[in-house]
Write a protein that binds this ligand. Structure first.
Ligand code: NDP
Length: 507
């Protein structure tokens, strides 16, 4: 039903929210869902109203407080997580096609990375919860203290458009693994894969009613109704820094927490002792994968003067020869931007760079080879200073900038001169230097001699305005649980009189 071919028919798919175990009737404000490679409408999204968002939160609350999920054993939760994992893999091809149709990300990437990773998240958390230990402190005076992790309750999970299934699956897997119930909101621009996943899960009857709910619609309407709802317990959000700040202020009013995976403007420092070919290849992936629309793009490149000419020449040459095209073609390396707004954004930053004396080395304009769709030429500029807008603002597009440095200290301070702090990339064959750089870069993650590499056992997230909290393993546990301390008097000494020091004071 959701297959690419269905989108080509005269009757577009009608997408709605999914609340308390069933899809909602299509009755909301209609929002067109667009294929960015053609500009054509492939589905109609019916916006979930504030009242329906309320119903979704009530369903999640009821499933948490009264449903079987709140009492599910680890083994039962593991079975459900692996059921979702298998369901995704059984529909991998279809989900990859839908993701490509809706985002314009090349099929080679959605099939090999996004969908595989979406499934892997469920397997990972299913294994992780089986290995969880709490802390136990025994005390010689007859007390025992336990530290355990309770589910936090109803989680609002809000995701962006640039990797809708993979990034939101991470949140869903983590939230469910620790026993929570959820209300999920994808971007209004890219709801296809999550809607289809809910349909698949319905067919397999994996989760009890109300455990996982879906609301769809614009951020300012559906997103706001969800993130400011008084009965959610937390928000796990991935998106832009300004939206994250808005959500945090709504949460602060209810003294609630939020985990924020926000924007980035990550630096790649390329030293003259690196493996040049590997560094060029890695920096290309770090700048242009996912059509360049990724939070952890390492597209702010700092190159040592000793190799600057060779590196920049190779990088520019390869950028010019990137295959830009139909994302369904297996050979395509860069597909279309998500919408015309992104094209205008690219044009704005090219003009801004030129005005501030940057030099255009590649790209810089809309791609002339297509009759329709939102194609832009992958773009490279050299910047005379780090204060240019193209070096400081997140462009979120296939747009790389170069600056040249002489000393390590200079490279580090240029890299750290940013309001963001998501990832720092270091290209060097000197291990001591790599460790020194890792210690000094003010980012949540440092990647040495590798482009994007995600190890779910480690936490991913940003410092500064790139976010709060970490996703993955213990980071997700911190996000989706409340730490609880239980102190048990086993065979304690007599209680002291009022006003004297406490019986368990030695802890
Ligand atoms: P936005 O902040 O615009 O939107 C993110 C999500 O929030 C969307 O679902 C959006 O809905 C929703 N939203 C918007 N306004 C509100 C609101 N007031 N209340 C609740 N929800 C709201 O980001 P983009 O979708 O444009 O994503 C790009 C951004 O995400 C970039 O800055 C990028 O760096 C960041 N990102 C960070 C990652 C990380 O791990 N750190 C990973 C991937 C992306 P709608 O789209 O329907 O309006």
């Amino acid at each position: 039903m959701f297959h690419r071919r269905a989108a080509m028919t005269a009757n577009p798919l009608q997408l709605t929210g999914h609340i308390a175990g069933a899809f909602v009737a299509p009755n909301g404000e209609e929002i067109p869902v667009i294929d960015p490679s053609t500009g054509r409408m492939v589905a109609v999204l019916h916006e979930t109203s504030r009242d329906e968002v309320h119903r979704a939160v009530v369903a999640a609350r009821s499933a948490f407080e009264r449903g079987p999920w709140g009492r599910a054993t680890v083994a039962e939760r593991q079975r459900a997580l692996m059921g979702i994992h298998d369901a995704i893999l059984d529909h991998a091809e279809e989900l990859a096609e839908l993701e490509t149709l809706n985002t314009g990300i090349p099929l080679a990437q959605t099939a090999n990375i996004h969908v595989a990773r979406a499934a892997q998240n469920f397997r990972f958390f299913s294994e992780f919860i089986n290995q969880q230990e709490g802390d136990v402190y025994t005390q010689e005076n007859g007390y025992m203290s336990l530290v355990t992790y309770d589910p936090i309750g109803v989680c609002a999970l809000i995701g962006p458009w640039n990797m809708p299934l993979g990034l939101t699956a991470m949140k869903i897997a983590g939230a469910l693994a620790f026993g929570n119930t959820c209300v999920v909101k994808p971007s209004e621009m890219t709801p296809l894969t999550l809607c289809r996943l809910f349909q698949i899960l319905d067919e397999r009857n994996i989760l009890p009613e109300g455990v996982l709910n879906l609301v769809n619609g614009r951020g300012a309407v559906t997103g706001d109704a969800l993130s400011s709802h008084p009965d959610i317990d937390m928000v796990s959000f991935t998106g832009g820094t300004e939206t994250g700040a808005r959500i945090l202020s709504a949460l602060a009013r209810g003294i609630k927490g939020g985990a924020m995976e926000l924007g980035g403007k990550s630096a790649s420092i390329v030293y003259d002792d690196c493996d040049l070919e590997r560094a060029v290849d890695g920096a290309m992936l770090g700048s242009f994968m996912n059509n360049g629309q990724m939070c952890l793009a390492g597209s702010r490149l700092f190159v040592h003067r000793g190799i600057a000419d060779a590196f920049i020449e190779k990088f520019t040459e390869r950028t010019r020869s990137l295959i830009v095209g139909d994302p369904f073609e297996r050979t395509t390396e860069v597909g279309p931007m998500i919408n015309t707004g992104q094209l205008e954004r690219m044009e704005h930053y090219v003009a801004s760079g030129l005005k501030e004396s940057a030099t255009l080395l590649a790209g810089g304009r809309r791609h002339g080879g297509f009759d329709a769709g939102y194609y832009f030429e992958p773009t490279v500029m050299t910047a005379p200073g780090n204060d240019l807008a193209i070096c400081q603002e997140e462009i979120f597009a296939p747009f790389a900038t170069f600056q040249i440095f002489d000393e390590e200290d200079e490279a580090i301070s240029l890299a750290n001169d940013s309001r963001f702090g998501l990832v720092g990339y270091v290209w060097t064959n000197n291990l001591e230097r790599a460790m020194r750089n890792s210690a000094r870069l003010q980012t949540g993650t440092v990647l040495v001699n590798t482009p994007i590499m995600r190890d779910l056992r480690t936490g991913f997230g940003g410092v500064r305005q790139s976010g709060l909290g970490r996703e993955g393993a213990k980071g997700s546990r911190a996000m989706f649980t409340e730490m609880k301390s239980t102190v048990i008097a086993l065979k304690p000494p007599a209680l002291p009189k009022m006003g004297m020091t406490g019986a368990g004071e030695n802890a």
